[in-house]
Design a binder for this molecule. Structure first.
Ligand code: SF4
Length: 362
């Protein structure tokens, strides 16, 4: 009888590590992923130990909470000060804002509530009618369809949306245009890719001719995707390749893509630690502007000029540093006392490295 397949089988992992060793170039090569779930898989399972010295893999802007501009946090707080109940995912609460966080605003009387989904915000709006409820919508293409579903489903009149949703492919392209990033290939996130499909990366990355492999989140998925990336680099055949075919198709999820297109249009967006990236934001289309919290509360767009002294989040988010390069890592900056956003978000590289310091190797 054949043995069941284990996605963390150490023997298969060693076989993939052998393939990686054969394919790896002698000169240093930097691979980047853009997903906290990938960083958790890599760090928790000690996968960096399977890579030869010449191959490094770093997290870029893969944590939605970490890249949410401080100005958007301040905007949400100002809406709360105008009487709204602000509903936000739990991670957002402790992220440092312009000079206060949602959590500190809550301690001063702003009604901030933690929700697990947009549906919960709707429930709160229905229960507490006629109080205004603002759903602070953050996240990439994986969570944006859920916000879009709320918008088309006749939400209560006292609910509005503060959208800070972002698109991953333009951010991947933008990093390649920054100096000193030196990225040789991208491990693309499996969950975002279930929505976008492999095709979803082609337009934004076409001019860069960079290897991209969509990868899953089990240890063997990650090692397999790294092997595919190194093969593309070795063969000089850069393209978007599917290393996660059991979940991702070429065309993605047509229903989710249609929903996104119905509700949102793209706009330039500010990414914390990176700057403004063209066409990387999702804003409500004019047909849905009645749900736009910025319009409803008349809160002007704020300048985002926050710099946290000593914090290297901008370098971590652009894959120019790893958390341990920051002198504050695990000293002044810990999950209990975070200095920068990357130590707050569950998908932030600093928070992940802190949590899994004692890696559990396969
Ligand atoms: S360890 Fe803290 S201060 Fe340093 S980069 Fe990470 S979040 Fe910023």
């Amino acid at each position: 009888m054949s043995q069941p397949f284990h996605f963390s089988d150490p023997k298969r992992a060693r076989e993939l590590a052998d393939a990686i060793r054969i394919l790896a170039p002698r000169e240093p090569v930097k691979l980047v992923h853009v997903c906290g779930t990938h960083e958790i898989a890599i760090t928790r399972n000690g996968l960096r130990r399977f890579l030869p010295e010449s191959v490094r893999i770093l997290e870029g802007p893969g944590c939605p909470v970490c890249v949410t501009p401080a100005a958007d946090i301040e905007t949400a707080i100002r809406m709360g000060e105008k009487g709204a109940i602000v509903c936000s995912f739990g991670d957002m609460l402790r992220v440092p804002g312009m000079d206060r966080s949602l959590e500190s605003a809550r301690s001063q009387g702003v009604d901030v509530r933690t929700v697990l989904s947009a549906d919960e915000a709707i429930r709160i709006a229905r229960e507490l009618k006629p109080r205004e409820v603002v759903f602070f919508a953050v996240g990439f293409e994986t969570t944006a369809p859920m916000t879009a579903a709320v918008a088309v489903d006749n939400p209560p009149a006292n609910l509005s949306i503060l959208t800070s949703h972002k698109r991953i492919p333009p951010a991947m392209a933008a990093l390649l245009d920054l100096p000193d990033t030196g990225i040789a290939g991208y491990l693309a996130p499996g969950h975002v890719s279930t929505i976008l499909g492999t095709k979803g990366y082609e337009t934004d990355l076409a001019r860069h001719r960079i290897p991209v492999v969509v990868g899953g989140f089990e240890p063997l998925d990650v090692l397999y995707a790294v092997a595919l990336l190194l093969r593309q680099i070795h063969d000089k055949t850069p393209r978007v390749e599917n290393g996660y075919p059991r979940a991702v198709s070429e065309g993605g999820n047509p229903a989710a893509l249609k929903l996104l297109d119905t509700v949102f249009e793209t706009a330039d967006a500010m990414w914390r630690g990176i700057g403004t990236i063209p066409a990387s934001g999702l804003v409500l289309r004019p047909e849905f502007e009645r749900l736009d919290a910025r319009r409803r509360f008349g809160v002007e767009a704020l300048e985002d000029e926050v710099e946290i002294r000593g914090c290297r989040c901008p370098d971590v988010l652009t894959a120019r540093a790893v958390p341990s390069d920051c002198p504050l890592f695990a000293t002044r900056c810990t999950p209990l006392s975070p200095v920068g956003p990357c130590m707050v978000g569950a998908e932030g590289a600093c928070s992940i490295w802190f949590r899994y310091q004692g890696e559990r190797p396969l």
